[in-house]
Ligand binder design. Structure first.
Ligand SMILES: [Zn+2]
Length: 262
């Protein structure tokens, strides 16, 4: 598997917090404010994106359509997205680590068949062929610095890659902090539905204006992804502010969850 990790953040390095991002954008959209606060407090923060790899061979029709929608049809889309991520994390002062797993839209079965070929499939069952990826992902996560707190997606929205990252992190047996996958978490009832019956303890992290602004500025770096979720940049800003204020009960905040040992 290809690795895109940068020199300063090889696996043997030191980190206080490691955030796992299924895709190039999830952690900044969901946790950018806390990352900004932690960096300001002097912590070393890594944002590890699992599915940052580039596909070899032809794209499926679905992947090609998404590239066009993102405005990346005539370019190396994963490379362009890694560049967006580097720009966003530079604003926050966090270290990007890019792993070479493929986004589900690029993954194929051994016989060459594309595994996920529609929007519905992104939120449907995880393909049996992804078991190998799950195992490898588990090994990679287990190798992350043991001193770091691991922060992983809850899988709100049920995107297959988000569920795989959560499952792999859980298989390592390490203690985990879970974040609410935004913007999926902004839909009424989705977080509660994902938490389900388990015992969870919330942690609300209040953001000051500088941290919220840093988060929004970083989120705007993911230019290719904005129209997937928002009408335009102004709409993005309005939604980020509204959700942060809702979560904090009037003060901008992000909410995290830990499982209560039962
Ligand atoms: Zn994602």
């Amino acid at each position: 598997m290809q690795l895109y990790a940068t020199a300063t953040n090889c696996q043997a390095g030191r980190a206080d917090w490691v955030y796992l991002s299924p895709h190039l954008d999830d952690v900044v959209f969901s946790c950018g404010g806390r990352v900004a606060l932690q960096v300001r407090a002097g912590m070393t923060v890594w944002v590890v994106t699992a599915c940052a790899g580039g596909p070899e061979g032809p794209l499926s029709d679905f992947a090609r359509a998404l590239h066009e929608y993102w405005g990346l049809a005539d370019t190396d889309a994963p490379a362009a997205r890694r560049e967006e991520d580097r720009a966003a994390l530079a604003l926050l002062g966090a270290e990007p680590v890019h792993w070479g797993f493929l986004d589900c839209i690029y993954r194929r079965a051994p016989d060459g068949r594309a595994l996920y070929t529609s929007y519905e499939a992104l939120w449907g069952p995880v393909a049996d062929e992804d078991e190998g990826m799950l195992e490898e992902l588990t090994c990679r996560i287990a190798e992350l610095p043991s001193s770091a707190t691991l922060c992983v997606p809850l899988g709100v929205g049920r995107h297959v890659d988000h569920r795989l990252v959560r499952q792999a992190a859980e298989r390592t047996g390490r203690p985990l902090v879970y974040y609410e996958d935004y913007p999926y978490a902004g839909e009424a009832g989705r977080v509660e539905e994902t938490l389900g019956e388990g015992d969870w303890e919330p942690e609300v992290v209040i953001l000051d204006e500088a941290a919220l602004e840093a988060k929004i500025a970083a989120a705007r770096c993911y230019r290719s992804q904005i129209t997937s979720f928002w009408a335009d940049e102004a709409d993005l800003v309005a939604h980020f502010r509204a959700y942060a204020t809702e979560v904090g009960g009037g003060n901008p905040a992000e909410r995290y969850w830990r499982k209560v040992a039962g």
